[in-house]
Design a protein around this ligand. Structure first.
Ligand SMILES: [Zn+2]
Length: 248
């Protein structure tokens, strides 16, 4: 299994840094996980978007889902539209996208995508990947995910505060892709995101083998986020940099 970073910018995109999105690949399976702004065009740097096996979305905040609308336009409005792309996401994400389009049940959105609503506790088989979903500590229904190809395990925190059963999500993960929206001196007025130091602490407690930070917003120095996470993880920490690919 390998993961390619399409975008990792927290909350909003910046030049050359799309919002959250990853391409998770194992064998012939290619999953576009989270579809923040800029990630659909970023897909094209690595493969034909037509090769995407399925789309998985963690939640309905625009920096994680809005480029599904770009994909819809690309796949619907051409001579030979794509059909039946699995769209695995909490029901509230699917509802928000459909509502934006004003789509009734006969809308082409439902030709291009086949919605597969999920919530915490659900499992899905996507090609050669087994994916387990867990509800996170966020302000809207959000799922973290644990991906296994039979040999290696990738955990993705999605957006979350510190509460929750982290052992379920990330125990012994070969690679833990964890959000780090804040640094140590951030005002603690919004509890549903993590500080970099919390990401490091959680990764150590669950025995993750490697930690990669994502969702660092453009106004923070990511090198400092990495330093703060390394102090609590006790080991080297990576940063999710767009256009890089990592073996899980
Ligand atoms: Zn969010």
């Amino acid at each position: 299994m390998q993961v390619t970073v399409l975008g990792s910018s927290g909350s909003y995109p910046a030049p050359g840094r799309p919002s959250s999105g990853f391409l998770i690949a194992a064998g012939s399976t290619r999953v576009w996980c989270d579809a923040g702004s800029g990630t659909f065009s970023a897909l094209g740097l690595h493969l034909s978007p037509d090769e995407v096996t399925a789309v998985v979305l963690s939640h309905r905040h625009v920096d994680h889902c809005v480029d599904v609308l770009a994909a819809f336009h690309a796949w619907a409005y051409r001579p030979e539209p794509r059909r039946g792309v699995p769209l695995v996401a909490p029901a509230s994400v699917i509802d928000a996208l459909v509502s934006f389009l004003g789509a009734g049940t006969d809308h082409p959105f439902f030709d291009v995508f086949t919605p597969r609503p999920v919530e915490g506790g659900d499992r899905e088989t996507i090609g050669g990947l087994e994916v387990a979903f867990f509800e996170t500590d966020h302000s809207v229904p959000t799922v973290a995910s644990r991906w296994c190809d039979g040999a290696r395990t990738l955990a993705y925190s999605a957006d979350t505060g510190p509460a929750g059963d982290w052992m379920e999500v990330a125990a012994d993960a070969d690679l833990f892709l964890c959000e780090a929206t804040y640094q140590t001196d951030a005002a603690a007025d919004y509890p549903h995101h993590l500080r970099a130091a919390e990401a490091g602490r959680i990764a150590r407690e669950v025995g993750a083998r490697r930690l990669m930070l994502t969702h660092v917003p453009p106004h923070l120095d990511p090198a400092r986020s990495v330093e703060e996470a390394e102090a609590t993880f006790g080991r080297e920490v990576a940063l999710a940099v767009p256009r890089t690919t990592h073996k899980v």
